[in-house]
Design a protein. Structure first.
Length: 167
């Protein structure tokens, strides 16, 4: 049985994190969509933040290792529920390299984040998954996650964001 560990990412992990982000984008069939750089990750995860008014890191990251070798990661941040009156934990990305799947690393990452959410008094832990990603959907439902099928995500980005902002 492999030894699985989850640890907080450090600035020394920036190149690893970017490599895993690119691998995730490849898996999700959108490799061309990755715009982030090592400098942006450094600011976003360990510095002044990116796009949050210099309030500090925009998100947090943990690295999952199998037998001491980094094989996956999770990036998360806090959101706020007006209905619950407290923060939630939002999982932005979770990725385990294909050759490390099936040994429990993905579950260990989610268990670790659930523990953070409980320890910080969060009212919920949530994330999105692509509708075609059947292996992930089955994995998440097997852990007790429920699809929020009555909700539709809307996004404004790029030029449309500037237009909406009146710029």
């Amino acid at each position: 049985m492999p030894n699985i560990t989850i640890r907080p990412a450090t600035p020394a992990d920036i190149a690893l994190i970017l490599r895993l982000i690119r691998a995730l984008a490849e898996y999700e069939r959108e490799p061309q969509s990755v715009e982030t750089t090592e400098a942006m990750l450094r600011d976003g995860l360990f510095g002044r933040g990116v796009g949050n008014g210099d309030r500090g890191p925009s998100a947090e990251c943990v690295v999952g290792e199998v037998d001491g070798v980094p094989r996956g990661f999770a990036v998360f941040f806090h959101n706020y529920s007006t209905w619950k009156g407290r923060s939630g934990l939002y999982l932005e990305d979770l990725f385990v390299e294909p050759e490390a799947r099936g040994v429990g690393l993905g579950k260990a990452l989610l268990v670790h984040l659930a523990g953070i959410a409980v320890a910080r008094g969060c009212g919920r832990f949530e994330w999105t998954v692509l509708d075609w990603n059947t292996p992930a959907i089955e994995f998440y439902t097997g852990l007790g996650a429920k699809a929020m099928e009555e909700w539709t995500i809307y996004r404004v980005g790029g030029e449309a964001l500037g237009t909406l902002a009146g710029r």
